[in-house]
Design a protein around this ligand. Structure first.
Ligand SMILES: Nc1ncnc2c1ncn2[C@@H]1O[C@H](COP(=O)(O)OP(=O)(O)OP(=O)(O)O)[C@@H](O)[C@H]1O
Ligand SMILES: [Mg+2]
Length: 288
């Protein structure tokens, strides 16, 4: 112990540590690699090629939220939510044991749900409503995959969860947001990625919202599909796979490329996807 390690110093260290409230990722090794989880209020971008485990990583994050009694907003453009439920169940996460409200539902939620789901049908419903409202004023039409449609759907979810602050600015308690994937919103106009990500962050990001945003990774350009998302992110978890033709098997990896306010692990992990458990990370040195 050094002579400078007085009780005052120790207290200060503890003090600075306590300023950052950490949110569990739902993956034990990832929590350990991030000093206990991601800083509350972070926007973490999950990038990677198909089949590397991005969606499953999101399920763990949402599941950890439900267990911690955090309201969850889950946007899935890739699958219907019932497919998410089915996939998650294979890893021991039973989303149906919590109250789920699907935004495409025609009924109003009875009790306040713990998770609000926005899939393609939910976005379709919101886009139609917005177009009708605008239509009366001779305005524009909104598409399912318009960023404004997404923003409106997320705001509506906050309202349903009972966390939207009066005046619509901010949320009253900690919320977890998953968007799997965001690339879908600029698939046909990648040049807009940066503008759209920024718009989304301004409209949706609040101190009390911790988010996972999935971005597909274009192997050809070695960049996330449409630049932009990584720049607005507080954290980047990047996943990839070794060339299957060369190695003759699926070998997945994850690396924490950045995470603000965190002295995070800086080497790649090997990703195992284990039936009944989900994602397990192994230090690459452990590779058998
Ligand atoms: N029950 C299971 N047991 C073991 N591995 C599984 C199981 N279910 C899925 N997997 C693995 O997980 C992979 C899918 O992971 P995931 O859906 O998270 O990928 P992704 O990165 O989201 O892909 P995409 O970009 O296509 O959406 C499958 O290809 C399979 O290898
Ligand atoms: Mg996926």
């Amino acid at each position: 112990m050094s002579s400078s390690d007085t009780s005052l110093d120790t207290q200060k260290k503890r003090g600075t540590h306590e300023e950052v409230v950490r949110v569990s990722t739902g993956v034990r090794e990832l929590d350990e690699a991030t000093e206990g989880g991601i800083p509350r209020g972070s926007w973490v971008v999950v990038t990677g090629e198909p089949g590397t485990g991005k969606s499953i990583l999101c399920m763990h994050f949402a599941w950890a939220g439900l267990k911690a009694r955090d309201p969850v907003v889950y946007v899935t453009t890739e699958a219907e939510f019932r497919d998410v439920i089915r996939q998650a169940r294979q890893f021991g996460m039973d989303f149906e044991s919590y109250s789920i409200f699907d935004i495409s539902s025609s009924r109003e939620p009875g009790e306040t749900p713990q998770i609000v789901v926005i899939d393609i049908f939910g976005l379709l419903k919101v886009a139609r409503q917005m177009s009708e409202e605008q239509g009366e004023a001779g305005g524009r039409r909104f598409a399912i995959l318009d960023i404004q449609t997404l923003v409106a759907a997320i705001r509506e979810s906050y309202r349903i969860l009972g966390v939207l602050r009066e005046g619509g600015k901010g949320v009253t308690r900690h919320v977890r947001l998953v968007i799997d994937s965001l690339s879908a919103f600029w698939a046909d106009k990648p040049a807009m990625a940066r503008k759209y990500s920024y718009e989304l962050k301004v409209a949706i990001h609040r101190e009390n919202v911790t988010a996972y945003l999935v971005s597909q990774y274009a192997m050809t350009t070695k960049s996330t599909f449409g630049f932009g998302l990584e720049h607005i992110a507080d954290g980047v978890f990047h996943l990839w796979m070794e060339d299957v033709e060369r190695v003759g098997e699926v070998r997945r990896y994850l690396i924490i490329k950045k995470l603000r306010m965190t002295n995070h692990y800086r080497k790649a992990f090997k990703v195992e996807i284990v039936p009944g458990q989900g994602i397990k990370l192994l230090a690459v040195e452990d590779r058998g």
